[in-house]
Ligand binder design. Structure first.
Ligand code: IPD
Length: 254
C-alpha cells in the first residue's frame, strides 16, 4: 500500500539525518538571507526522497523545498516535500527537525507523513482515515486555551512580519498557560494533532512546511485555517493557524 511505502521511504531517510556528520554540514544561505540556511544534507535527503517516492508513484510531480521549480499540483498526483523541516535546528544540533512528505491528488491532500527521527516519532494520516503516531490513533486536545499551550513560528525569513507576529504572540500568551517555539512547523502541527498543545500559528509558511502536517491535524479532529481566516493554500505561501477542538482563536481576529 502506498502509505506504507512512503513511510518506509521517509524512515530510511531519517537515518540519513541521524547519521549526518555535522562537521561536514557546511551551510549555504538561501534567497540571499543570512538566516535561511541549506546544507548538503537537505539536498541529499531531498534527492533520496525524490528517487524513492518517484519509484512508488512515477506519475507524480515532485515539489521539493531545496529547488526553485514549483510544478503545478493542481492536476494529477504530486509529492510536496520538506527534506529537513527545521534546518536551523539541524545546523545547531538542536535535535528537533523532521522530514515532511505530503501526497496530493488534483490539489487535494491525500496522505501526510511527518517523521521526527530524533524521537523516532512517525506521524501520518490519510484523508478520511484518521491520524496516527507510531501506529496509534491520535486526537487533538479538547481543552480551552486557558488550560493550554500556544505554539508559534516566528516567520523568521520574513522580518517585515515580526511586529504582527509578536503582537499576536502576546495575545496568545495572555490567553494560554504558556508559549513554545520548536523551530519546525511540521513538528508543531503534529504536536497539535497529538493533543500536546492547543494552538499553533505562523504568519507565513511555504506549502512544504504545512502540506503534510495540516492533513494530520485535520484527521486528528483539529482545524487548520489561515490566521486571518479562510482555507490554507497548497500552491503558495500563506499563514497557518491550527487548533484543537477546545481553543477558540476568535481573539486573534478581534
Ligand atoms: C522552517 C521551520 C520553522 C518555521 C519557518 C520554516 P525550514 O522550515 O518550519 O519552524 O518557523 O517558517 O520555514 O526552513 O527549516 O525547512
Amino acid at each position: 500500500m502506498i502509505l506504507e511505502q512512503i513511510i518506509q521511504a521517509v524512515r530510511e531517510c531519517g537515518e540519513m539525518i541521524l547519521k549526518a556528520d555535522r562537521t561536514q554540514a557546511a551551510t549555504e544561505i538561501k534567497d540571499g538571507q543570512s538566516n535561511n540556511l541549506v546544507t548538503k544534507y537537505d539536498k541529499a535527503v531531498q534527492e533520496a526522497l525524490r528517487e524513492k517516492l518517484l519509484a512508488i508513484a512515477p506519475q507524480a510531480h515532485f515539489v521539493g523545498e531545496e529547488e526553485d521549480v514549483h510544478e503545478s499540483i493542481a492536476r494529477g498526483d504530486a509529492f510536496i516535500v520538506d527534506p529537513i523541516d527545521g534546518t536551523t535546528n539541524f545546523v545547531k544540533d538542536y535535535k528537533c527537525s523532521a522530514i515532511s512528505v505530503a501526497m496530493t491528488h488534483n490539489g487535494g491532500q491525500e496522505i501526510g507523513v511527518v517523521y521526527n527521527p530524533y524521537l523516532d516519532e512517525m506521524f501520518y494520516a490519510q484523508r478520511g482515515k484518521g491520524a496516527f503516531c507510531n501506529g496509534k490513533p491520535i486526537h487533538v486536545s479538547d481543552k480551552p486555551l486557558k488550560q493550554g499551550l500556544t505554539l508559534f513560528g516566528s516567520a523568521s525569513y520574513y522580518r517585515e512580519l515580526a511586529d504582527e507576529s509578536f503582537r499576536l504572540l502576546r495575545l496568545c500568551f495572555d490567553h494560554s498557560m504558556d508559549i513554545r517555539r520548536s523551530g519546525s512547523a511540521a513538528i508543531d502541527l503534529c504536536t497539535i494533532a497529538a493533543g500536546r498543545a492547543e494552538l499553533y500559528f505562523e504568519l507565513r509558511l511555504q506549502p512544504w512546511d504545512y502540506a503534510a502536517g495540516s492533513l494530520i491535524v485535520r484527521e486528528a479532529g483539529g482545524s487548520v485555517t489561515r490566521v486571518e481566516g479562510g482555507d490554507i493554500d497548497l500552491t503558495k505561501a500563506c499563514s497557518v493557524l491550527a487548533t484543537g477542538t477546545g481553543a477558540d482563536p476568535a481573539f486573534l481576529r478581534a
